[in-house]
Ligand binder design. Structure first.
Ligand SMILES: [Zn+2]
Length: 266
């Protein structure tokens, strides 16, 4: 049974510090608008996978965001196997929120409004959404999603990773993730960095099937954000662009290097 409720107004924090100044304190402790806050999944135990957060410490990396060391890297173990370190958190971000009920109620909005929430693939976003109360999900203002698709789609669907994390992206989960993002009413800033790999090889010049390109871009059309940019490593055929009009996002073409050695699949 819960104990008696204390208003906690006797605390000096509330008696001596004005609400405006308390807000500044919350912003200083809980938010860093210039640094992504990665949401990372880790196994927890067999029945209860867990979510952690990692304030980006690999921002200078030229790699796609999903390859940041923030999500863990594969390291060689004895016996010729590789193991991925599972990061959980590199900050005490939520400690202040847990200190007392009044601080939590005053500061929780700052945590979700001011940070850039970065998700690795559709699965990272869907899982985060499933663990969050709806009112907190709706507080998100700035989001980044980083993912990698493999084409042709019919080949990719046979090799989805075992734990549903990229690479490669699950086309069905991607549709669900986009629908989930479309529920954010006050989304201000959304960036998606999307790498498309050719099954026949990274350097293959074979064109991507237009219908496969459309199947990953059309779900974005329902998302509303004041600033919405999709970064692609390939040029879109005119026919695909025309099919997507009117575009609700801008497209930036960018070729990031990728490290297939350190970031092995599964
Ligand atoms: Zn990072």
């Amino acid at each position: 049974m819960a104990g008696p409720f204390h208003a906690q107004k006797q605390s000096r924090l509330f008696n001596l510090v004005s609400a405006d100044v308390r807000l500044l304190i919350y912003e200083a402790v809980l938010a860093d608008p210039d640094r992504m806050l990665h949401i990372v999944s880790y196994r927890g135990n067999r029945h209860r996978p867990c979510m952690g957060h990692w304030q980006c410490d690999d921002a200078e990396s030229p790699l796609p965001t999903w390859q940041h060391s923030c999500y863990g890297i594969w390291t060689p173990e004895s016996g010729g196997t590789y193991r991925r370190r599972e990061p959980r958190s590199n900050s005490n971000l939520v400690s202040m929120l847990l200190a007392c009920r009044v601080v939590y109620l005053e500061a929780i909005t700052v945590l979700y409004n001011a940070n850039v929430f970065a998700f690795k693939g559709a699965h990272g976003l869907i899982r985060f959404h499933s663990t969050l109360p709806a009112q907190n999900w709706n507080r998100l203002r700035r989001v980044n999603v980083s993912t990698v698709f493999m084409m042709p789609r019919r080949v990719s669907e046979g090799i989805y990773s075992r734990d549903n994390s990229v690479p490669p992206e699950n086309y069905y989960a991607w549709g669900e993730a986009c629908s989930t993002l479309a529920t954010l009413t006050y989304l201000q800033h959304l960036t998606i960095d999307m790498t498309i790999w050719n099954y026949r090889g990274h350097n293959s010049t074979n064109p991507f099937p237009p219908e496969d390109l459309l199947s990953i871009l059309e779900p974005l059309k329902h998302i509303k954000a004041k600033f919405f940019e999709v970064e692609l490593n390939t040029a879109l055929p005119e026919a695909v662009k025309t099919s997507l009009e009117p575009l609700n996002f801008s497209i930036k073409q960018c070729h990031r290097p990728y490290d297939t050695e350190s970031f092995r699949q599964g």
